[in-house]
Design a protein around this ligand. Structure first.
Ligand code: SF4
Ligand code: SF4
Length: 345
């Protein structure tokens, strides 16, 4: 057993257990099951939980679990709001759901297009709402999340954010080029989302050790069972060095996934049929992490995205733009089949 290295989240005063708790998958659990998993995580040492307004009842389940806990747990949540008023309303909802007077980190959620950047960062935008909430003592720190490393660089350079939530695993490692160094130099806390690449990676030791070894990034694996949390805690408390066998597995997985793996960078856009490509070519990620009702709701964004995908005209414009040369029209067809099968079962 190695000495446990707590992580400092940049300029915030937050010191976390090496792993945080990702609040997406508890949407799929009953309230009782979710509370049990969260309690086990806290007993095991975790002290940082991340969720979002968009994760259905995840905030409420976390609030329910925290009622009987007197240990200091740091909370982060997120708003998809565009405007100041919407962001302030979301902060109010989150406080109520989580059952606290103050939230440690409130993040702008998934700022992944220039349009979203402009709206949230300009006068009357969501950032202004979060600043107002901060002045009013409702939140401590402001963060941002996104999948585009390029846009995240632009966001952190505004110096408006105490933390950044970046997509990070050994397949999606673009943030190692510049973003991580910039955050270290400017004391911005780093929260690592999708350590398991949205379900594409399933070897926990190989996957988590890669991020744990990167100084300062706190990975927040989505957790939905006591077995998973126990395994993850063991890994965090053990040696983060790869065994020869693990190093081999990582190289093998890299080679296997490299050819078909979408990094969600969105360089393939715009699509003339408005297909949300990076979303529809990862059907399995939704199926394994989201509640079935959220996927099959005909009014929902997931259903709508897959319906749009049926209109692909195979123009291949996206392939030319994809830096990884993914065979996007083929991947769309495969994923539509997977989704159809899921909907019909
Ligand atoms: S091939 Fe399909 S997904 Fe790609 S740009 Fe054309 S219509 Fe859009
Ligand atoms: S298909 Fe290619 S360009 Fe589009 S998001 Fe995925 S990796 Fe990026």
């Amino acid at each position: 057993m190695t000495e446990l290295k707590y992580r400092e989240l940049g300029r915030t005063e937050i010191k976390t257990f090496p792993l945080g708790f990702g609040g997406i998958p508890i949407q799929r659990l009953s309230k009782e099951e979710a509370v049990k998993v969260i309690h086990r995580a806290i007993e095991g040492g975790l002290n940082f939980i991340d969720t979002a307004r968009l994760y259905n009842d995840s905030e409420e389940k976390i609030g329910a679990a925290l009622k009987s806990i007197d240990k200091r747990i740091y909370l982060a949540t997120k708003t998809p709001a565009g405007t100041k008023e919407e962001a302030l309303a979301d902060v109010g909802e989150s406080l109520k759901n989580l059952g606290v007077d103050k939230i440690d980190i409130y993040q702008l959620h998934n700022v992944d297009t220039e349009e979203k950047f402009e709206k949230r960062m300009s006068e009357g935008g969501a950032l202004e709402g979060l600043k107002k909430a901060q002045e009013e003592g409702k939140i401590d720190y402001i963060g941002v999340t996104g999948h585009s490393t390029e846009l995240l660089m632009k966001l952190v350079k505004t110096d408006e954010f105490d933390t950044v939530q970046l997509c990070y695993n050994f397949i999606e490692d673009e943030c190692e080029e510049e973003l991580i160094d910039y955050c270290h130099e400017n004391n911005i806390g780093m929260i690592g989302m999708k350590p398991f690449a949205g379900g594409a990676l399933d070897n926990a030791p190989v996957t988590l050790k890669y991020i744990l070894r990167q100084d300062g990034v706190v990975p927040i694996p989505g957790i939905e069972s006591v077995e998973e949390i126990n395994e993850n805690i063991e890994i965090a408390k053990g040696s983060w060095e790869y065994t020869d066998e693990e190093a081999e597995v990582m190289e093998k997985l890299k080679a296997e996934l490299g050819e078909n793996f979408c990094r969600r960078c969105n360089y393939c856009q715009p699509c003339p049929k408005d297909i949300p490509i990076s979303m529809v070519i990862r059907a399995k990620s939704f199926i394994t992490r989201m509640p079935k009702e959220a996927i099959t709701d005909e009014e929902g964004w997931i259903y709508g995205g897959f319906e749009k995908a049926k209109k692909c005209i195979e123009c291949e414009e996206c392939i030319e733009r994809c830096p990884y040369n993914l065979e996007i029209p083929e991947l769309i067809k495969d994923n539509l089949e997977i989704m159809d099968e899921f909907r019909n079962n």
